[in-house]
Design a protein around this ligand. Structure first.
Ligand code: UDP
Length: 491
């Protein structure tokens, strides 16, 4: 029997469990992998936290997206151990590491033992340490999928060497932040203390979060293989470094473009961008209409992702910088992404309304919500992106060929923004300088005098990204090899 041209699974179809860390960027890229595997007729069970499982069903047409793979795709939920009203954003998202280790881990083991048909392989988020042990105990091979860039993965990997060489902790104050790091091979000469993952900024290098991140990263060398959402034209030298510790690595990115390319080949007439959505928030599409009315490449898109929680004073600085730059902009901020009051931990508020009222204008639009980002980046009116340098946003921007202004917030973003500006030269990094004068200057540069230079480099990298996922591109070949590997695990 066939459905939509695809054979239904048989008793020899391999069964893979995919288990992301419960955050938007991780879910998005791992759902894309799930669909790529379904396209190759592998059976996938996608395991979300109960919390995100419900949201995904509520806001995304995930059922219709996967309905074309009958009997190949299932979704399950598992407790993440946090109370329902926990914000799961800002630095509090790190609470998940502890709660999952105590609550999710035993449930995960029960699930691995009881799931039918039995599993042949687990693809778990490489940021989580326990799935490798647990699946190992029950004899199921584990492939890690690390959803951050290779550069940050490698930086985490090297942290024990930095500590041993005395390059960490960062002893001094601001004056020491520009000191160059020498013990991240391949990043000598440009990686500064300032550019290390944000958790390195604390004096306490034995903080459980940093320790957990480093140990999960090192564990990837013990996994059966490591999947990375990147491509050699972007991170080749760093991939070579990683390869000397993790013998089997599969760079298959940019994964969203990889999926788009495959779907397009199958259904050339279908517009895939909205149908491959995985949003945990309801998408507001009104900004696309506003963009339609703007001149080509005239709008700076501003969005800080799904986890960032910003200080109100930073928002005010960015706002004035943008207004003073006299450029058009589209600023999107999800609900709960502003710290309600100075020093407060609650993050229930959103964009300060008084700013919008004070400076009304046709040249800018503010959305308090969530937009279909890939469609925004692909829109011809967008000429730049002021981003927090999350890895998915970085890759989506690269594929769209749009230059970036980087204002990293935490975790891997500090590393990503340095590579974006110094190595790939696809944007300007304004980390640790969130002041209106700086914002005005970099926005004016990006949208004005440096527009041509950055724009043509961005267009070239976009072409390389597309080639890597095209027929016989490096990512395409790696995906084929990964699928072959999984087939060989059939028990
Ligand atoms: N995103 C979106 N709409 C928004 C904001 C973000 O669709 O309004 C998507 C974005 O396209 C990306 C993901 O959310 O795929 C954010 O992941 P990223 O790794 O960039 O950052 P994080 O949210 O993990 O900090």
């Amino acid at each position: 029997t066939e459905s939509d041209g695809r054979p239904l699974p048989t008793t020899t179809t391999p069964h893979v469990l995919i288990f992301p860390f419960p955050a938007q960027g991780h879910i998005t890229s791992m759902l894309n992998l799930a669909e790529l595997l379904c396209l190759s007729n592998l059976r996938v069970t996608f395991l979300n936290s109960d919390y995100n499982h419900r949201r995904l069903l509520q806001f995304t047409s995930v059922q219709s997206r996967f309905a074309v793979y009958p009997e190949l795709f299932y979704m399950l939920g598992i407790a993440d151990g946090l109370p329902i009203d926990h914000p799961r954003s800002g630095e509090q998202i790190l609470d998940l590491f502890e709660s999952m280790r105590s609550v999710t881990k035993p449930l995960f083991k029960d699930l691995l033992l009881s799931i039918r048909p039995p599993l042949d392989c687990v693809i778990s988020d490489g940021g989580l340490d326990f799935p490798l042990d647990v699946a190992g105990e029950v004899g199921i091979p584990v492939v890690h999928f690390r959803t951050i860039g290779a550069s940050c993965f490698w930086t985490y990997f090297c942290i024990p060497d930095l500590i041993e060489a005395g390059e960490l902790p960062i002893q001094g104050g601001e004056e020491e932040m520009d000191r160059l790091i020498t013990k991240v091979p391949g990043a000598e000469g440009f990686l500064r203390c300032r550019d290390l993952p944000s958790l390195c900024r604390g004096r306490d290098l034995y903080h459980p979060y940093l320790q957990g991140m480093v140990s999960a990263t090192r564990l990837s060398s013990k996994a059966y293989a490591l999947i990375l959402n990147t491509f050699p034209d972007l991170e080749g030298p760093i991939l070579t470094q990683i390869n000397s510790h993790c013998h089997k690595i599969y760079p298959i990115g940019p994964i969203h473009e990889h999926l788009r390319t495959k779907l397009k080949k199958l259904k050339p007439t279908q517009e895939s961008s909205s149908s491959s959505s995985s949003s945990l928030w309801e998408e507001d599409r009104t900004c696309l209409g506003w963009l339609n009315g703007q001149p080509p490449k005239s709008v700076l898109y501003v969005n800080f992702g799904s986890i960032t929680v910003m200080k109100a004073e930073d928002i005010i600085e960015i706002w004035h910088g943008l207004i003073n730059s006299k450029q058009r902009f589209l600023w999107v901020m999800r609900q709960g992404s502003v710290v309600a009051e100075l020093g407060s931990n609650s993050s229930t508020s959103t964009f300060p309304e008084e700013l919008v009222k004070e400076y009304p204008g046709e040249e800018h639009m503010v959305v308090s919500g969530w937009v279909p980002q890939k469609e925004v980046l692909d829109h011809g009116a967008v000429g730049g992106f002021l981003t927090h340098s999350g890895w998915n946003s970085t890759l989506e921007t690269i594929v769209a060929g749009v230059p970036m202004i980087c204002l990293p917030y935490f975790a891997d973003q500090q590393v990503n923004s340095r590579f974006t500006s110094e190595v790939w030269k696809l944007g300007l990094d304004m980390k640790d300088a969130c002041e209106r004068k700086v914002v005005e200057k970099v926005v004016t540069e990006l949208m004005g005098e440096r527009r041509e230079e950055l724009g043509s480099r961005a267009a070239r990298m976009a072409e390389l990204a597309r080639r890597s996922v095209g027929l016989d591109g490096s990512s395409d070949r790696n995906l084929e090899a990964l699928i072959e590997d999984i087939r060989s695990m059939r028990r």
